[in-house]
Design a protein around this ligand. Structure first.
Ligand code: TRP
Ligand code: ZN
Length: 470
């Protein structure tokens, strides 16, 4: 499921108009020689030209997976149901490493080729615009995580001592399944994950039947019935202790911890339930069918808002980070960004949620926290980085989080609490399970408050300096 593709029309017309005496451009992966009716190798996010793909819209991923932590071998079959959004003589999926075996579309053999992380499928006959099709891709091998040269560290499918820690933001889903790997194409997911007996495989959504064990292996089936972006998908597995039940308000709650974090199980379960219920009052109804959290023993030192099951990498999460990850279930997971530069709509909101939680608990107010950051001197790097345009080489800069959160506090002060909290609820209700942009948020803020807010958003989101008036 996705909205209008963000086709870089400007780039295409620039190429078309280049003077004939200009040196012929050397075809690169970004700029392949045109093939008639080929789906684009990227979804149209100009900051990440090869992320996602063009020409189709995925509705469902059925992932049948078996992983053996000893050999680190993954065997998978991905069944991808999609609709062609143009005539397709070929199209791409994103897949990093792994060996592709048989590929079929609607039961017919498909030829395929690979280049970098692009897997190109050539169906027996072109798919017509509007056609629904099912691609089945068999693949296997040793999944390799992505080692980001910037500040992301290691992410994607990360093998651990007893299994795997799977956290895929921004583009690590392709390390374990063929995907349209960009948040602008959400889909529903079903997982069937087979692991050695004694281990637990955790994925998004809810278990659809009890785990089944045969010949020393156990199969777990999970279903995420709500649309989900690929980077939120997980198949984290290993030794886990589980606690299952309901939040006080009645949402299903599943919490799992590596035995090393045994003493944290009840605390994480209780905190996740309490936070989920509180955010449901502040942000609007909880968007998914279950909540919870996972602590694995991989010392990532970070957390990720995996849909329905945020994951904490090798540490005991405090209330603040649980508040952050569960706020993402609304901001990032239910409402997803169409392009990475708008990331403050995820991280600024989740950071502001930490401050709201602190205020709710009678600790520091959001105002006090805002002030402490605002006191940072004019030369602090946060002021040089406008959070409204997350930079491809430094997406998760502190400014996107903290100055993003400050933007929301400046807005709250400018429009007052009543309008601010109405805005937040209208925002989550109006775009539930959909896609959002910064411009849409600014427009809604002006509509709900009846105020001109250009100056405020410009100073806070788009200027490379410390805001002084807004
Ligand atoms: N979205 C995460 C957070 O703020 C941070 C993050 C980005 C991350 N990329 C990641 C975490 C990759 C784990 C893996 O909570
Ligand atoms: Zn976050």
């Amino acid at each position: 499921m996705r909205s209008t593709p963000l086709v870089p029309v400007m780039l295409l017309s620039l190429l078309a108009c280049s003077p004939s005496n200009a040196a012929a451009p050397v075809p690169t992966a970004r700029q392949q020689p045109p093939v008639k009716d080929a789906g684009a190798p990227g979804i149209g996010d100009r900051d990440f030209p090869l992320d996602g793909n063009g020409g189709y819209d995925v509705a469902h991923y059925g992932l049948n997976l078996a992983y053996d932590p000893k050999s680190k071998h993954l065997a998978g079959t991905a069944t991808i149901q999609a609709t062609a959004t143009q005539r397709l003589a070929r199209f791409n999926l994103d897949l990093s490493g792994l060996d592709v075996g048989a590929v079929k579309i609607d039961g017919r053999d498909v030829t395929f080729s690979r280049k970098g992380d692009e897997l190109t499928l050539v169906p027996a006959a072109p798919l017509e615009k509007g056609a629904r099709f099912t691609a089945v891709i068999a693949y296997s091998g040793e999944p390799k995580p992505i080692k980001d040269a910037g500040n992301l560290g290691i992410y994607g499918f990360v093998p651990t001592g007893d299994g795997a820690f799977v956290t895929c933001e921004p583009s690590g889903a392709k390390t374990w399944f063929p995907a349209n790997d960009h948040p602008a194409d959400k889909a529903r997911f079903d997982f069937s994950i087979t692991v050695p007996q004694g281990l637990t495989a955790l994925a998004n959504g809810e278990m659809t039947k009890p785990p089944a064990t045969a010949s020393g292996k156990t199969t777990f089936t999970w279903s995420e019935r709500h649309p989900m972006v690929t980077y939120l998908a997980t198949m984290t597995l290993g030794k886990f202790e589980l606690r299952q039940g309901k939040t006080p308000a009645g949402t299903a709650n599943l919490t799992a911890v590596d035995p090393k974090f045994h003493s944290e199980l009840n605390k994480l379960y209780t905190t996740s339930g309490e936070v989920t219920d509180y955010w449901s009052k502040v942000f609007g109804p909880y968007p998914f069918s279950s909540t919870g959290g996972v602590i694995d023993d991989f010392a990532a030192g970070y957390a990720l808002e995996n849909q329905t099951k945020p994951i904490y990498g090798g540490f005991e999460p405090d209330e603040s980070i649980v508040a952050h990850e569960l706020a993402h279930q609304w901001f990032g997971d239910s409402l997803s960004i169409k392009r990475w530069r708008d990331l403050w709509l995820n991280e600024g909101f989740a950071t502001y949620a930490e401050w709201l939680w602190s205020e709710h608990k009678g600790r520091n107010t959001a105002e006090t926290i805002f002030k402490s950051f605002y006191e940072r001197g004019a030369t602090d790097p946060m002021w040089a980085y406008p959070p409204g345009v997350a930079q491809p080489k430094d997406l998760f800069n502190e400014s996107v989080y903290t100055r993003g959160g400050m933007t929301l506090h400046a807005l709250r002060k400018a429009i007052g609490d009543t309008a601010f909290f109405k805005l937040i609820k209208d925002w989550t209700a109006g775009h539930r399970y959909g896609y959002v942009t910064t411009q849409q948020f600014i427009a809604l803020a002006e509509k709900v408050s009846g105020k001109q807010l250009d100056k405020l958003f410009d100073a806070w989101l788009f200027q490379a300096k410390r805001p002084t008036s807004w």
